[in-house]
Design a protein around this ligand. Structure first.
Ligand code: ADP
Length: 469
């Protein structure tokens, strides 16, 4: 943090455990407002010099960081599986995905072009430059312990900002490892700090400190709304990636096998613990039974277990609260008439392992249709018409990801345009990539991450009116 490293001490440290075994992995320092303020001051000093460097120099640093992250892929993936639980292969995939943002923004760093706009008077010229917003504060979740960080830190550094990060307390080692690699890649001290500790205290300083000009947050809508309010008195720029309630729609004319494969990715990646995970599966009558059978067959053929074990697709959930939420949604659905096609209960392995679950006969009366489950539960809802399913899909306060499976090109356009979501996956369950703008509308957030638009969020426009020419 700031200009120095802080070691965890026995008097003030926070334990980090392996969700697969419940065993202690290590401890991190319990830091608070004072250390956050110190890091922000260091960021203010470092940012001025960083912004004055050439874009090529900033790009070169990012490129070195990317190379080191890729060279350390195996170690970073192991750290992630230890603290987060996802299968090692999936963790390796996330390291590559996370690194792709560093590479992308190392390239974009050199394309922060401005404008020369035709003037309103003969002796004037209008110049527009894009400047870094300054010091950025970031708060990230545990579900993608690497990629949610690189997606914020890389564009911030590319734009000429400094950044102070509070990672989720469940997964701090992935964040610290990234900071160590950034230091090895030659990043000057103070530009990228990682603060571990109490969320409320660190968040309070980040949001009230006037030197922080932008807050970028990924997490729940509830906490996002709180941080939004806390940032109001100092009018910070905000980037919010919040909750979702993604619909996945399969029409009668879809390739059902492809829809099942897409569902596996969209619903069950990271054991259902992503904000773009399909939460409600709307299947048209004509293919409903076929889809339900094929999905159930696929799900029951895949293995649950410790992320380090061979051939495991489903790891543990992150904590007891996560397990309870899945259980509550299943119980509520069954009470209202749903039937279990697969899973439905804690896994025989015990602990935080839960059976991947498929429910049929789900209706809009059930909680699972209105609340994000964030777990391995696929509720199947039958529908008849396109009009009906669009209305149902949009009947939520959220608007992050949505998915559609159909082979009718006209329908692809009609439905994609009608869905009130920031992102639509058509005939695919995998939509996230560094090249595309990731983000939601409504209560799912503000701003976009990744792509060239993702860099805009870390810049301000400066208008220079040049007179007397
Ligand atoms: P999740 O359910 O994914 O844990 P949260 O929104 O609770 O979602 O957490 C996302 C991030 O927000 C984590 O880093 C967490 O520590 C942080 N966080 C939670 N509450 C607060 C708060 N009051 N102020 C600042 N950060 C918070």
């Amino acid at each position: 943090m700031g200009d120095r490293w802080v070691a965890a001490s026995s008097s003030s440290s926070i334990p980090v455990t392996d969700p697969a075994t419940g065993q202690l992995i290590g401890s991190v320092p319990d830091l608070g407002e004072a250390e956050t303020a110190e890091s922000i001051s260091a960021a203010v000093r470092a940012q001025r010099t960083w912004a004055a460097r050439t874009a090529a120099e900033r790009a070169a640093f990012l490129r070195r960081w990317y190379d080191l992250v890729m060279a350390s892929k195996a170690d970073l993936a192991r750290i992630m599986t230890f603290e987060q639980g996802k299968p090692l292969k999936e963790a390796e995939g996330e390291i590559e995905y996370g690194a792709s943002f560093i590479l992308w923004f190392s390239e974009e760093a050199r394309r922060l072009y401005g404008d020369l706009i035709p003037g309103h008077q003969p002796d004037k010229r209008i110049l527009v430059a894009r400047q870094p917003v300054g010091v950025v504060a970031a708060i990230t979740p545990w579900n993608f312990p690497n990629a949610m960080i690189t997606r914020k830190v890389a564009p911030a550094l590319a734009a000429g900002c400094a950044i102070v990060l509070k990672p989720a307390i469940q997964t701090p080692f992935s964040a610290i490892a990234l900071a160590i690699l950034a230091e090895r890649a030659g990043l000057p001290a103070g530009l990228f700090s990682v603060i571990t500790g109490g969320a409320r205290e660190i968040g309070a300083e980040m949001t009230s400190n006037p030197a922080v000009r932008k807050l970028t947050f990924t997490g729940s809508t509830e906490v996002g709304a709180l941080l939004y309010a806390q940032c109001a008195p100092t009018i910070k720029k905000l980037g919010l990636e919040l909750g979702g309630n993604a619909p996945l729609i399969v029409f009668d004319d879809a390739d059902v096998d492809a829809a099942v494969d897409g569902t596996l990715v969209a619903k069950f990646r990271n054991n259902g613990q992503t904000c773009v995970c399909a939460n409600r599966l709307y299947i048209q009558s004509g293919v409903y039974d076929h889809f339900a059978e094929a999905l159930t067959k696929k799900i029951t053929s895949l293995k649950t277990g410790n992320g380090f074990a061979e051939d495991v697709t489903f790891g543990p959930l992150i904590d007891n609260a996560a397990v309870e939420k899945v259980r509550e949604h299943i119980t509520d659905a069954i009470e209202h008439g749903a039937r279990v096609l697969a899973g439905g209960k804690s896994h025989a392995l015990g602990g935080l392992f839960f059976e991947p679950t498929v429910l049929t006969d789900v209706t809009s009366q059930m909680r699972v249709v209105h609340e994000e489950t964030f777990g391995p539960l696929a509720p199947l809802i039958r529908f008849e018409t396109e009009e009906e399913v669009i209305a149902a899909a949009n009947d939520t306060e959220f608007g992050l990801a949505s998915y559609v499976f159909t082979r009718d090109v006209a329908r692809v356009f009609r439905v994609s345009e009608a869905l009130e979501y920031g992102m639509v996956g058509v005939n695919t369950g995998a939509i996230s990539t560094a090249e595309a703008p990731f983000g939601g509308i409504k209560m799912s957030g503000l701003g976009r991450e990744g792509s060239r638009y993702g860099l805009d969020d870390f810049t301000e426009l400066k208008y220079i009116c040049l007179g007397g020419i």
